[in-house]
Structures are given as C-alpha cells and as structure tokens.
Design a protein around this ligand. Structure first.
Ligand code: GDP
Ligand code: MG
Length: 742
C-alpha cells in the first residue's frame, strides 16, 4: 500500500488544544496530533455519528469570529486594531455548544477553519487555495462560504475565484466515484446584511452567479452535461453587522446554530437548487462515511496525496484506509486475545516438551469467550470500513484466531486422551489389585466397563466444552471415537494380563495337584505289592505295571478340571473364544511340562534309588502275607533275594518310558494338547517350553519326550540298585547267621 499511512500519534500529545487542533500547518505539513485531539474530545468512538464542516471565504471576513460564536470554539481572530492574517493553515475544533437558541445541536460537530484565501499574505498562492479546497471537499459535509453582502453579485470578486476552484476540484475528486457521487452542502453566510435587499434576492443573485461559474469551468470527458445540482445543495443565511448590531448579530447567530442538526430531504431542489428538507441542514447523504476512528488516518492520506499532486482517488483512499484501519483494529483486538491465550499456549508447549499430559482447566470457556470478544470487538469497529476490505480482513483475523485455537484444542485433546488412557489403566489395575487383596471376588469385565464409562464421560465432557456453536472444526466426534477405540485396545491388553494372571493361578493349582497325585503314585512304588496297604473298596488293586496309566488318568483329570476353571473365569471377563482357546492350549502345554518336571523329580537318582530299594526290601523282607521275615540259616535267602531283585529290576525299564499299559504305547500327547490355535500371538509362546513330537521343529521326537530315564541313567541305576540290594542281602545273611549264634 501507499507509504503515507503510518502509525498515528507517534508524537506526544501536548494535551493543550486551546484553539483547537492545527491539522495542516503553514508549511503544509499534516499534524499527527489530530487523532489524539479526536480521542481527547471523545470523537473517535463515535463511529459515523459526527459531522465535519469547513469554512471558506476571503481573509478577514469574520470567519473565525463566526465559528467561535456559532460553535463556542476559540479559533484565533484578528484583533480590531491590527489588520493581519491570523488563521494559518487549517484548524479543527469540536463544537463546544450543546444547544443553540434552545435547540439541541447535532453530536460531535467538527469545524475546520481554513486560512483565508485571497492571498494577501501568501501572494498569489492559488496552490494552497486549491489544495485546501480539495482537502475540505474530500472530508467535509458542509462548506460554509462566508461573504460580505456587498460582494454578492461581484462576479469577478475573490470569492467567485474560490468557488470556481471548489467546483473544478469537486469534479476532479468525484468523477472517479460515479456510483456514489457524494453531495455537499454549500452554505452561504452573508455578512453585514443591511436588510434593504431581502435574503431571497441575494440568494437568486448568488445562484445565478454559481450557474455562470459552473458553465464556465471545463468539465472532464463524459461530464460535460453535468449540472451543479448533481453535486451540490445550497443553503443561505444572512447575519447583521456584528459590531453595529451586536445583539441582533448574537441572536441571529444562535438561530443559525439551531440549524446545525440532522435532517432529511423531502424533495429535490428545483431550478433554484435549494432542496426542500425537514429538520436541520445536516443530511445523511453529505456524510463522507469515514468512521471517526479512521478520520485522522484518512485525512492524512488525503493530504499526502494532495500535497504530492497525486491524483486523488477517494474510493482507493477509502480502501487503503480500510486496510490500514482493519489491520490496526485487528492488532488491537488481538492484544486482549493474547492476554488470555498466550499463557495457556505457553503452559501447553512447556508441558508437552516435558512429555506431560496437562489438561488446561476451563480452556473451552476461556478460549471461546476470548474468541467471541475478539471477533465482536473487530466487527464493531471494522465493519464501518469498506465492506470488501472488512470481510477479507475479518476472514484473516478469524483464520489467525482459529488457527491458534485449533493448535490449542488439538493439544488439549491429545493431553486429555493421554491422561484418560493412563487414568483408565491405573484405575482398572487398582481395582483389580484391591479385588485380589479382598480375596479375588471381583468381576474384571464389570471393573473395565465401569472405568471405561467413567473415563469416556470425562473425556467427552472435555471435548464438548471445546465445542463452539456453528463452528464446524470444533466438532470432535472423531476424537471421541478414537479415544474409545484406544480404551478398548487398552482394555483388551488389560484383559490379556488378567488372563495371564488367571492362567498363572490355574497352572499353580495344576502343579500342586499333580505334585500330590504323582508323588502318591510314585510312593506306591515303595511297596513291593504295587500299592500301599489294602486297596479301597471298588478300586482296582494297583499294580506297578499300570503306573503310567494311573498317572495319565490323574493328569488328564486334573487338567480338564483346570480347563473348566480357566474357561469359566475367563469368559466371566469377556475374554473372546479365541483368547480362551489360546489360554487352554497354553494350559495343557504348561500342565504337561509341569507333569514332566514332577516325573523327572521323582526319577532323580536319589529319589528313585530310594523307591527301588523300598520296593525291593518290601519284596525281600516281607512274605506274601506282609509279615516281616526272620531270617534263619535254612531259608533260601539267595532265592528270595534273586526273585525280589529281578522283580524290582523290571521297574527300571517301566519307569524309563511313559507308556500306557492299555495301548502299549505312549499316550496321545499330540491329540491331548491339540493343534496350535490360530489366535496365538507373538508373545503367547515365549514362555512355553518345547514339547517333543508336538513342536516338530524343535528336533525332539515324541519318543524322546516320553523317555523319563536315558539309557545311561538306566544302566547306572541298575548298577547302583544292585549294590544296594546286595547290601541288604549281605545284611540278611549276616542276621541269619547272627540269629543262630545268639
Ligand atoms: P477571518 O480572517 O475571516 O477569520 O476574520 P476574523 O474572524 O479574524 O475577523 C476579522 C475582523 O473582522 C476582526 O477585526 C473582527 O472584529 C471583524 N469582524 C468580525 N465579525 C464581523 C462582522 O460581522 N462585521 C464586520 N464588519 N466585522 C467583523
Ligand atoms: Mg480566521
């Protein structure tokens, strides 16, 4: 944009506006204090509710005096004794009067006192006259033309030159703005009216002169046929001699002042050019539609163009003004917005840097309120400016504000999401822990669904609090769904953990049951008659040969009981069929491994040797009726010994292989464990020991899996057992001989 719009008020305001504010000084410089003056006078907040009036006329025709009487201003006037120009450049002052002759005057009347223009002190400086006329026309609603009665009809007089300038300048100024040619009121104040010639006659003479002037000026192309009435309305007043008829002067001035109120047009002016109006002389169509808070910037821009002899293009000026002011207003309204939002933005950035999920309290209400206030404040001030520029700047502001809110809101939702997930996991874990402490009587599925609902409600409340009515992007339904999906994912992870815990508990139970039951079966080996004591009623007498059948039965019985426990409980917390299936598969494998470990423990060298010895001793030392033998030298100790030893020795190959008596083959472990379910995930297998024959790729056969004693161990065991048996035999022998000697 043009460089001439720059920040206003960068000079310190002096606060003393004794004679109003000098807008243009004698060096033709624009005075930047204008905005400060308008602020001091409380005009800037008036919007369009102000009126700008300029006065023109030859020097020393009592213009300043008139304004001071009309509006209570204090423009300096020439003293009665020195005849010297006083008003330099252009001054502006606000009307100090509220009423005139009992009538309330219009609000915020601003009056510009323009330097006299007959060039006595400036020489033939037509240049300034032209420039100030342009300036006044571009800004003012009413041009007061101050004229002595005796000048009326003097076509060649100085005033007529001035009016010619005004007309030419007007055409130049408004030809670009054909659509909305602003009208102006040319209001003639005839001074020192003696009263002999009535005002109406003077009026006619003036109008004739004006028409003459209008026809004499050269008009731009296309405007040759234009009439003076197309651009101007005319108004007239006459005042008596101020000094000779002081009192009358005062009262007539007051009457004139009473006409400075707003009015409206009733009928277009006839040939005379005097429009019929109602109310005061200030018609809305005269207003230049520059908002009061942009007036000084606009005036400065206009003056800059004029002084630099640039083509004065008002629509362009108004657009430039709109851009400048809208930007300025935008910055102003963003200050308050920043005050609210910046601390929140900083807090959010900080905590996200630290990886903390901080949900800012009341963000939704704070942010939407700040947003609303910001937009409202912008609208109130900026909507007075050029519509196109305003709506563009409004969009710019909205996207700036909403861009920041979006970032904040996304951060907030991310934090709420993260915090929510953490709170949910923690709450479920705590409830489960408490449940376990209280003896395990908790319903996992219920805990999960309660906590999920609670967490979802909190999240939804936060998300809802961010919603702004009519603003699409604040609909966060998708985030709600995302959050729920993540909670479900976390739930299923927690459920997996819970299944693991359950599995561990069930496995422990299986282990302990197997420990007891298998231990018992092996203990029976200690009795040479295949069982401990008499068989219970209905029970088939145990034999050593069906050891593995019994163990397998016990094992499958325990496992199927465990399977029921596991699946019942797992289903109670909504585990899926696949999850249950995997759990059972794992349980069977783990149980087998546990069984194998237990058997290995039982057949460990020391343990099994002891069992074999007991078995042997039972057969050797007791007779068929279970009565301990007292060895006599005549007994066939050697025969009994050999039978007992051979009988016990048959146990070793039996123990070496897990083989069922019924089928003469290993149990169907592969069928028992079953194929790996499709639901097995990575990690489900990690803690599983390989099983020969089941896990083919492990390189161990089912045969090996079922081998409880290796060939080496077997031979070693035979040797050791024989030594033990030999020991017992020798002892028996000795006791037999000893018994005889006693
Ligand atoms: P300006 O140069 O047009 O602003 O004129 P001033 O207001 O400074 O007044 C110029 C001189 O005219 C002063 O000496 C005033 O006293 C005198 N003056 C003011 N009003 C009237 C008036 O109504 N009639 C006459 N004859 N003189 C006036
Ligand atoms: Mg003056």
């Amino acid at each position: 944009m043009n460089g001439h719009f720059s920040a206003v008020g960068d000079q310190p305001a002096n606060g003393h506006y004794e004679h109003g504010c000098q807008v243009i000084d004698e060096e033709k410089e624009f005075n930047r204090n204008l905005n400060d003056y308008l602020q001091t006078m409380h005009v800037t907040e008036a919007g369009f509710n102000y009126h700008l009036i300029s006065v023109f006329g030859s020097q020393s025709t009592g213009k300043s005096t008139l304004l001071n009487h009309l509006f209570g201003t204090t423009f300096s006037v020439m003293s009665e004794t020195e005849r010297r120009q006083t008003t330099k450049g252009i001054w502006l002052s606000k009307n100090k009067r509220e009423t005139s002759a009992g009538t309330k005057m219009a609000d915020n009347i601003l009056v510009m006192d323009v330097e006299g223009t007959d060039g006595r002190e400036r020489g033939e400086d037509q240049d300034f006259e032209r420039k100030s006329a342009l300036f006044a026309l571009a800004t003012s609603e009413v041009l007061l033309v101050n004229i002595w009665e005796h000048q009326v009809g003097l076509y060649q007089g100085a005033n007529m030159g001035l009016l010619k300038t005004v007309f030419e300048v007007n055409l130049q100024l408004f030809q670009k703005d054909k659509n909305s040619t602003p009208r102006s009121l040319l209001f003639f104040v005839i001074r020192d009216h003696i009263g002999v010639t009535p005002l109406s006659a003077l009026q006619n003479t003036l109008i004739q002169d004006l028409q003459k002037i209008w026809s004499s000026i050269s008009k731009p192309e296309g405007l040759e046929q234009s009439r003076i009435e197309d651009y101007f309305d005319f108004g007239f007043a006459a005042l008596p001699h101020k000094i000779l008829q002081g009192e009358k002067f005062e009262s007539e001035v007051a009457q004139l002042g009473a006409r400075f109120t707003t009015g409206h047009r009733v009928a277009k002016g006839g040939d005379g050019g005097v429009a019929e109006t109602e109310g005061g002389i200030l018609l809305p169509e005269y207003h230049r539609r520059i908002p009061a808070d942009g007036l000084s910037v606009y005036a400065e821009g206009i003056w800059d163009q004029i002084v630099n002899n640039k083509d004065l293009d008002l629509p362009t000026q108004q657009e430039l003004l709109a851009q400048f002011r809208c930007d300025e207003i935008s910055r102003e309204v963003l200050v308050a917005f920043d005050q609210q939002l910046t601390p929140l933005e900083e807090k959010q950035t900080q905590s996200s840097k630290l990886g903390k999920a901080v949900v800012l309290p009341d963000l939704g209400s704070i942010a939407s309120e700040a947003r609303e206030k910001c937009f409202k404040a912008f609208e109130v001030q900026a909507s007075r400016y050029h519509k196109g520029v305003y709506s563009r700047k409004k969009q710019e502001l909205e996207s700036k504000v909403d861009g920041r809110l979006k970032t904040l809101y996304q951060g907030q939702i991310a934090a709420a999401h993260k915090a929510g997930v953490a709170a949910f996991s923690e709450a479920v874990a705590n409830k489960v822990k408490a449940g376990q402490k209280a003896g395990g009587g908790y319903e996992f599925a219920e805990i999960v669904s309660n906590e999920k609902k609670k967490t979802m409600d909190i999240f939804k409340a936060e998300v809802d609090s961010l919603a702004i009515e009519g603003v699409d992007w604040t609909n966060f339904e998708a985030q709600n769904q995302l959050f729920e999906a993540e909670l479900d994912e976390v739930s299923s992870k927690l459920r997996k953990d819970e299944i693991r815990r359950l599995a561990t508990r069930v496995e422990r139970w299986v282990k302990s049951r197997l420990g007891d039951a298998v231990g018992l079966e092996f203990n029976k080996l200690g009795s040479g008659r295949g069982g401990s004591g008499a068989p219970e009623e209905g029970e088939k007498p145990a034999t050593e040969k069906d050891l593995w059948d019994r163990i397998w039965n016990v094992f499958t019985g325990v496992v199927s009981e465990a399977e029921v426990r596991f699946s019942d409980r797992a289903k109670s917390f909504d585990a899926s069929d696949a999850e249950v299936e995997v759990g059972l598969w794992r349980l069977r494998r783990k149980s087998w491994t546990a069984l194998r470990e237990k058997i290995e423990e039982e057949v460990m060298e020391g343990n099994i040797l002891m069992k074999l010895r007991e078995n042997f001793e039972d057969k050797f030392r007791y007779d068929e009726a279970g009565v301990p033998r007292i060895w006599r030298p005549t007994d066939d100790i050697e025969g009994i010994y050999t039978r007992a030893r051979e009988s016990t020795l048959t146990l070793i190959p039996l123990l070496a292989k897990f083989k069922l008596l019924s089928s003469q083959s290993p149990p169907d472990l592969i069928g028992f464990i079953g194929p790996q379910p499709s639901g097995v995930e990575a990690g489900d297998e990690e803690d599983l020991a390989p099983i020969g024959g089941v896990d083919e790729e492990e390189g161990k056969s089912l045969e090996e899996e079922m081998t409880m004693l290796s060939e080496n161990k077997r031979q070693d065991l035979v040797v050791r057992f024989k030594k033990t048996a030999d020991g017992v035999y020798v002892e028996a022998k000795r006791s037999a001989i000893g018994g005889m000697t006693q």
